[in-house]
Design a binder for this molecule. Structure first.
Ligand code: ASC
Length: 147
């Protein structure tokens, strides 16, 4: 098994468990990580041709992303910038843009799940790229540097 895949599997095992006393920032960070490790990154391995592409498995991962994608956004109460949170105040001062970026992300995720069923790898790569771009658009505006 290659090193990156091994690292991914280990990281997946290390997904932190949610706790009842987590702050909203901790809850959403865990939800983002879960989404990344259980679906987005494994798909990225196939898209970058670092792991074999399997149509059924990829389609399943795209469905998993759909299931996981909305969760983190439920945990952005006003001003919840605590601990190591990289959330920027603009999330709450520019709510229309934050909402639009979130909607664009969720739409791109829905589209990837549809395209994944076709097994058309070129179309899948393009659709995956659109999801990645929607991550970046939101991060550029609303995520600050690591603390
Ligand atoms: C990732 C990751 C992100 C997005 C973004 C895509 O794997 O951690 O934040 O993809 O970089 O452009």
């Amino acid at each position: 098994m290659n090193k990156i895949l091994t690292a991914l599997l280990l990281a997946a095992i290390a997904i932190p468990a949610a706790h009842a006393d987590d702050t909203p920032a901790e809850v959403r960070t865990k939800a983002f990580k879960k989404m990344l490790l259980q679906s987005f990154e494994p798909m990225g391995m196939a898209v970058r041709e670092r792991a074999p592409y399997n149509q059924a498995q990829f389609a399943q991962q795209a469905e998993a992303l759909k299931t996981l994608a909305a969760e983190p956004f439920k945990h952005f109460p006003a001003g919840s910038i605590t601990g190591k949170s990289r959330a920027k105040p603009e999330i709450w001062s520019q709510p229309a843009k934050f909402q639009a970026d979130k909607d664009a992300f969720l739409k791109s995720v829905d589209n990837l799940a549809i395209v994944a069923k076709s097994g058309d790898l070129a179309a899948i790569k393009k659709s995956y790229g659109q999801v990645a771009q929607s991550c970046k658009t939101c991060h550029d505006a609303f995520r600050g540097p690591e603390k």
